[in-house]
Ligand binder design. Structure first.
Ligand SMILES: Nc1ncnc2c1ncn2[C@@H]1O[C@H](COP(=O)(O)OP(=O)(O)OP(=O)(O)O)[C@@H](O)[C@H]1O
Ligand code: SF4
Ligand SMILES: [Mg+2]
Length: 344
């Protein structure tokens, strides 16, 4: 499979300011060294507890801000496996020149806040095309209508404001705006979490069908494991700014090899997961990301932590083809889970 994006040791630290002079006194290490290849045409799910850095990872990849360090290599479809300049380093003017805002898009969780309430739908959808693709007049009108129809809306919706729509329809508008510039890659940040359960599957189906017809690549950020199981080809599990397990969806759900992944899966009822009879209940809160624990960041909550875990950081090693795990005890985890927690 062709790579579309390659992240190397990607970091984003948010400065913490304190004291009367508001000096920098520390940093939230929201994203703390991510290595990840994203393949053209796949849907990569990103899961983890609140605050583990999922949104930060998505925003960094589409360059909504400049990462603190690391590299983002982007391989456009039209460049025959040749990486564009390192996106982690490019300037705002170069982002514009390379058309990155056309190519890499993001859809946010809450369409109520991501859509301007004072703008008509036709202008919301037209805005990126006007500014990024310099289209106008009849061409622009036809394009907007075509986009609305693609997401299941009609001509009747063109002259309405966002508050005149349901939550699901508003998310459809946000999706129409995201695909307006013919992107190759879209970060979907909890795109169904703010919606009524009955509407969630409609939006998921819409996203899947658009992915197929427009040959899109998705990074699908969510804390909802059943959604990720349904929509993703591969899954990256994040903990405190790091990826701790990465595998195809079946590998994550049928053979999780990181204690944290086991714990996440234990927390939800998944009727058709075949090899997950045990339950690990996580104790304690996620540690402070401005002062992560040394060694393995999960050691303060891991039931299998040993001395080495407190001293040495585990690398994201390959366990089998396509399955990577960051745990010193990765080869013992299945046995440890069975011995410690038994079958339910
Ligand atoms: N602009 C910011 N300034 C300072 N800290 C931030 C900023 N944005 C995020 N953070 C912090 O970075 C860490 C990661 O946040 P992020 O929003 O990426 O997490 P998340 O995994 O998306 O969480 P959630 O599931 O709640 O959306 C958190 O500790 C958060 O408080
Ligand atoms: S490295 Fe140690 S603390 Fe970390 S997940 Fe593995 S067993 Fe647990
Ligand atoms: Mg988030």
């Amino acid at each position: 499979m062709d790579k579309i994006l390659e992240l190397k040791n990607l970091k984003k630290h948010y400065a913490i300011h304190g004291g009367v002079l508001r000096r920098e006194i520390g940093a939230v290490r929201a994203l703390d060294g991510i290595d990840l290849d994203i393949y053209r045409g796949e849907c990569l799910g990103v899961v983890g507890e609140s605050g583990c850095g999922k949104t930060t990872a998505g925003k960094a990849v589409v360059r909504l801000f400049k990462p603190t360090s690391g590299h983002i290599y982007y391989y456009p479809a039209d460049a025959a496996s040749k990486a564009m300049a390192d996106l982690a380093c490019v300037t705002k003017s170069r982002i514009k020149k390379l058309g990155l805002r056309n190519r890499l898009q993001m859809v946010f969780q809450d369409p109520t806040t991501s859509l301007d309430p004072r703008m008509l739908v036709k202008n919301i959808v037209a805005e990126p095309i006007k500014t990024l693709q310099q289209m106008s007049g009849r061409d622009l009108e036809n394009r907007v209508l075509n986009l609305l129809e693609r997401v299941g809306l009609t001509r009747d919706h063109l002259l309405r404001y966002p508050h005149e729509f349901s939550g699901g329809q508003r998310q459809r508008i946000a999706v129409a705006r995201a695909i307006a510039t013919d992107p190759e890659f879209i970060v979907l940040d909890e795109p169904t979490s703010a919606l009524d359960v009955s509407v969630q599957s409609q939006i998921l189906n819409l996203l899947q069908s658009l992915q197929r017809t427009l040959q899109l690549t998705y990074m699908f950020v969510t804390h909802h494991l059943l959604v990720v199981k349904y929509i993703s080809d591969r899954v990256a599990v994040m903990y405190l700014g790091k990826i701790v397990e990465l595998a195809d969806t079946d590998g994550i759900f049928s053979r999780p090899l990181h204690p944290y992944t086991h714990a996440l899966l234990s927390a939800i009822p998944i009727p058709d997961v075949t090899h997950m009879p045990q339950r690990i209940v996580l104790s304690g809160d996620v540690p402070d990301p401005s002062d992560p624990p040394p060694g393995c960041r999960f050691h303060t909550r891991c039931p299998f932590a040993v001395e080495r875990c407190r001293a040495e950081e585990p690398l994201l090693d390959v366990v089998e083809t396509g399955h990577r795990v960051a745990c010193h005890r990765k080869h013992e985890v299945e046995k440890l889970v069975a011995e410690t927690f038994g079958s339910s």
